[in-house]
Design a protein around this ligand. Structure first.
Ligand code: PLP
Length: 362
């Protein structure tokens, strides 16, 4: 009997490709003839070396990174990057620009300020509860970097295009939209993404950093908090989260070999988002919370006419095998997270359910 699987719209940890889960299951007791599970082999073994090297190579190919970039798999989540970035890049009275587009940007700004770093919040969409991405921003020409959150997981907004920051490199939290679309990585000094949204399980954070920024590292940082420590040791200065890195590797392989890369992935993601927003827009019952030009293709946030109906909607959806539709506790409402692994047919099933629910409750 095949196991019961629901359509999973969780925001993170989130859905993984079924084929990847099946591959993990198949290889679990005897990884590549080792007679051990991947959770049992040494991180110094050839088996794990092959895994992490393949994962790094796939990241480089997918993002078209040149030799100036280092790829790292770190622990502490995206949240650890909020402090590591200013610690490593803002020594000697340097400053950075930050754009505040929601909960996660706010946290990134807070950590840089705790460290006493000079932070310019050059734009914010807080005036309308972060329902939009700010435009026409004046960046500081001598800032060391400009920090943005490319997709705002909780508020349901996303940068449609990356901002033009001139010569100043972008630093971006891409936790919830990494690998969802092609973009010009050469404009970025650092990219980071917790794996558990769009790329794998919890427990590992991808960091891609460029040499010129890595050179800014001050000498007096603790070893574990320096990027150079991890870059020089191929993320194996200490024991890496082997199982998480392995799962990320398989998801990246799926992305390259089954989906066909970021262009195809972006097309599928656009199709899913268009279907869901298209239905919400013509309905008088559901109402999107983000401005149309700032909408996320990953996290679709919407309200129903009352909180009571929202509760009922989430509960009845689950009875119909559609899970994870409750909005983040800080904003309420509903949210469908439709990351890379979520198939079009999951979104079709959701829209069918939304139609039925509107009919019987509208
Ligand atoms: C979930 C999330 C985070 C926090 O990630 P952790 O891995 O839990 O630290 C940070 N930024 C964004 C955009 C997120 O979606």
């Amino acid at each position: 009997m095949s196991p019961k699987r629901i359509y999973n719209f969780n925001a993170g940890p989130a859905a993984l490709p079924l084929s990847v889960l099946e591959e993990i299951q198949r290889d679990f007791l005897d990884f590549k003839g080792s007679g051990m599970s991947i959770t049992e082999v040494s991180h110094r073994s050839k088996w794990f070396d092959d895994v992490i090297n393949d994962a790094v190579a796939r990241v480089k190919r997918l993002l078209k990174l040149d030799d100036r970039y280092q790829v790292m798999f770190l622990q502490g989540g995206a949240s650890m990057q909020f402090c590591m970035i200013p610690m490593n890049f803002l020594a000697d009275g340097r400053s950075a620009d930050y754009v505040n587009t929601g909960t996660w940007s706010t946290k990134a700004i807070k950590e840089a300020k705790i460290l006493g770093k000079k932070v310019n919040v050059v734009a914010s969409s807080e005036d309308r509860n972060f329902a939009y991405i700010p435009k026409n921003i004046q960046f500081t020409p001598d800032a060391t970097y400009v920090h943005i959150t490319t997709n705002n997981t909780i508020k349901g907004t996303q940068w449609a295009e990356m901002p033009d920051t001139g010569k100043v490199p972008l630093v971006a939290d891409m936790s919830s939209d990494i690998f969802s679309r092609p973009f010009d990585a050469s404009r970025f000094g650092l990219i980071y993404a917790g794996a558990q949204k769009n790329m794998g399980p919890a427990g590992v954070c991808l960091v891609v950093a460029r040499d010129d920024l890595l050179k800014l590292e001050p000498a007096n940082l603790p070893t574990m908090l320096k990027y150079s420590t991890h870059a020089e040791k191929n993320s194996m200065f200490n024991t890496p989260p082997c199982f998480s890195v392995y799962t990320v590797q398989l998801v990246l392989k799926w992305l390259e070999e089954t989906i066909g890369g970021l262009d195809s992935m972006a097309r599928i993601n656009q199709q899913k988002a268009d279907l869901l927003y298209g239905y919400i827009d013509q309905s008088g019952f559901y109402k999107g919370t983000a401005d149309a030009d700032s909408r996320s293709r990953m996290n679709v946030t919407f309200r129903l006419p009352s909180e009571e109906l929202e509760k009922k909607f989430v509960a009845e959806a689950l009875k119909n095998d559609l899970g994870g539709l409750k909005g983040h506790r800080s904003v309420g409402g509903c949210r469908a997270s439709i990351y890379n692994p979520t198939p079009l047919k999951a979104v079709e099933a959701l829209v069918d359910f939304m139609k039925q629910f509107e009919k019987s409750n509208g």
